[in-house]
Write a new protein. Structure first.
Length: 317
């Protein structure tokens, strides 16, 4: 059940918040400039009324008007971050921008569903329940109008500028946005959920570690004053640094779990590693965990610690 919570705001941003589950929150910020405004991700389909009210309360009109909602800026392309794209674009005439790697996911929700949830179709069946979980929170497909890369800057006027920062790991392409005038850092899922009943998943282990290092270095280098994260809400730099360290431990724990499963037999199937890691770490055995386990096996293989035998069996080197 999705619960809508009141919005909050500071000098240049407004934030709408909802609860996806009893333990998973979702926060969607709108950044306000003199010439234009930008929403960073659009959350899930039921949030539209709340997002529209948040913009109306802040006096944000259509794109092309002073301070209007010119931009829908995406951190990444998962369903809970692009769910209101069509409604928001229809209401405000905004341009949709984000990493181009997953552009097809915005235009073809069937492809989104299969590549996200069924990357191993022999292990994850196509069911009505799974389709509902992935697709019911999306409104309508809308293509990316602009492909963004790290280093790109969106100038909203009045000194408000959003600089795109490389934040890969959770997905193979993801951005964070640093608002330069206030030194506020906006994150999508660059730091994944660490204590959820499910594994939030990361698809590139080395890139996730590098992103954590990058964010840690960014804090003092750019004198970051606050961090607004999609699933954590607003944090101080100190809280963010502590979370980064927890994320490093989490990645190490997952790797240890994968290695433990590999050590348990001469050859182990992907399904056995997936099941064993979920059991040992007390998480739900579902598709995100499978995607993450595959990423860790690929990382271990790249480092020469294990090898793939045939299509889906692994052994330690």
């Amino acid at each position: 059940m999705i619960r809508i919570m009141p919005g909050s705001f500071d000098s240049i941003s407004r934030v709408a918040s909802t609860s996806l589950t009893d333990v998973i929150a979702l926060h969607v910020p709108i950044v306000v400039g003199r010439r234009a405004s930008a929403i960073i991700d659009t959350g899930v389909k039921p949030m539209f009324t709340q997002l529209r009210a948040l913009a109306d309360d802040a006096g944000i009109g259509r794109a092309g008007t002073p301070g209007g909602l010119q931009w829908i800026l995406h951190t990444h392309s998962h369903h809970d971050h692009i769910g209101c794209n069509a409604q928001m674009q229809d209401a405000f005439g905004s341009l949709i921008a984000g990493p181009g790697y997953y552009a097809a996911w915005h235009e073809d929700f069937e492809q989104h569903y299969h590549e996200f949830a069924r990357s191993c179709p022999d292990l994850v069946p196509d069911t009505p329940e799974l389709r509902a979980e992935v697709l019911d929170i999306l409104d309508q497909p809308r293509p990316l109008d602009v492909h963004l890369s790290p280093g790109d800057v969106i100038d909203l006027g009045g000194g408000v500028q959003l600089e795109a920062i490389d934040a890969r790991g959770h997905m193979l392409a993801e951005l964070a946005y640093l608002e330069r005038s206030t030194a506020t850092l906006f994150l999508g899922d660059a730091i994944t959920g660490l204590d959820w009943p499910i594994f939030h998943s990361h698809l590139d282990v080395a890139a996730y570690r590098a992103t954590l290092d990058r964010l840690e270095a960014l804090m003092p280098a750019r004198k970051v004053t606050a961090v607004q994260a999609a699933h954590y809400g607003r944090m101080t730099p100190a809280e963010t640094l502590a979370l980064i360290e927890r994320a490093r431990v989490y990645i190490d724990d997952v790797e240890a779990g994968v290695l433990s499963e590999l050590a348990g037999a001469r050859r182990v199937s992907l399904e056995q590693v997936w099941t064993g890691v979920c059991t040992s770490m007390g998480r739900v055995r579902e598709f995100r965990a499978l995607n993450m386990v595959r990423a860790h096996l690929a990382d271990l293989e790249a480092r020469g610690l294990c090898r793939l035998i045939g299509r889906s069996e692994y052994e330690l080197r």
